[in-house]
Design a protein around this ligand. Structure first.
Ligand code: ADP
Ligand code: MG
Length: 234
């Protein structure tokens, strides 16, 4: 591998979070969102994180994706202390290892579906002539090939969510974080996405953390945790 993460072992420990806390500073002092979170995810595991609205699920996922730092605690990815990496090295981690499905989808609004999916491939240095096939394949997983050249701002909510999933998968990441990925999908499209998640978890031995409210989504996971009062149990 071109990076420093050693995940050659089929059951390698990918996510190793210990005694993690997060306090947001607000005008009225601090609010303590994560109090003592421990989470260990191996390759081939797809872990559901459930919990009421406002319990800190998105915060936890942003910390796992290195989009924001914890207040205290340790976080290793495949044995690497990622919190002590430089910004450049953290960017390499995101480009080479991670697929992230944002709750808000976060598509480039004035670009087409094709352009949205091409961006991670450009960052990863995939050659131009290889990109169309990779993009069509990723869109096929979410049944959206027919939207290839549609501008993102003309998609429905469910289509946006499926494009956002395809964009997270197009790079064949080792490690996927998905925030309510089926929240806007009907049953048929949810099942399609979940079956695909299961397939890459089993065959590509991906490590996945899926934040969800939905029982069907949680049932497709290999294990379930619940975030309550700042603690992750299960
Ligand atoms: P969930 O995804 O489970 O709904 P979040 O992680 O989005 O929960 O939010 C957890 C709590 O942290 C909420 O009370 C929210 O208002 C608060 N929060 C989230 N982001 C910030 C922020 N940037 N600054 C201050 N408070 C925040
Ligand atoms: Mg959330």
């Amino acid at each position: 591998m071109s990076n420093q993460y050693d995940i050659a072992d089929d059951n390698a420990l990918v996510i190793d979070i210990n005694n993690l806390t997060k306090t947001y500073q607000t005008g009225a002092g601090g609010i303590s969102v994560l109090k003592d979170v421990n989470l260990h995810v191996r390759r081939g595991e797809m872990v559901a994180v459930m919990g009421p609205s406002g319990s800190g699920k998105s915060t936890l996922l942003f910390i796992l994706g290195l989009f924001q730092p914890p207040s205290t605690g340790g976080y290793k990815v495949a044995g690497v202390d990622v919190l002590s990496l430089s910004r450049d090295q953290q960017a390499i981690f995101r480009r080479e290892m991670l697929g992230f499905v944002f709750q808000s989808c976060d598509l480039l609004e004035n670009s087409t579906v094709y352009e949205n999916l091409e961006l991670p491939l450009i960052y990863a240095g995939v050659r131009r002539r290889e990109r169309p096939d990779r993009i069509r394949e990723a869109l096929g997983m979410v049944n959206l090939e027919h939207r290839l050249h549609q501008p993102s701002n003309r998609l429905s909510g469910g289509e946006r969510q499926r494009v956002s999933i395809a964009r997270a998968l197009v790079n064949e990441p080792e490690f996927i974080l998905a925030d309510e990925p089926t929240g806007q999908l009907d049953r048929e499209n949810s099942l399609r996405v979940l079956e695909y998640f299961t397939k890459i978890t089993e065959e590509a031995r991906t490590a996945m953390v899926v934040v969800t409210h939905d029982n069907m989504t949680a049932e497709h996971c290999t294990r379930k945790c619940v975030l309550t009062d700042g603690y992750l149990n299960g």
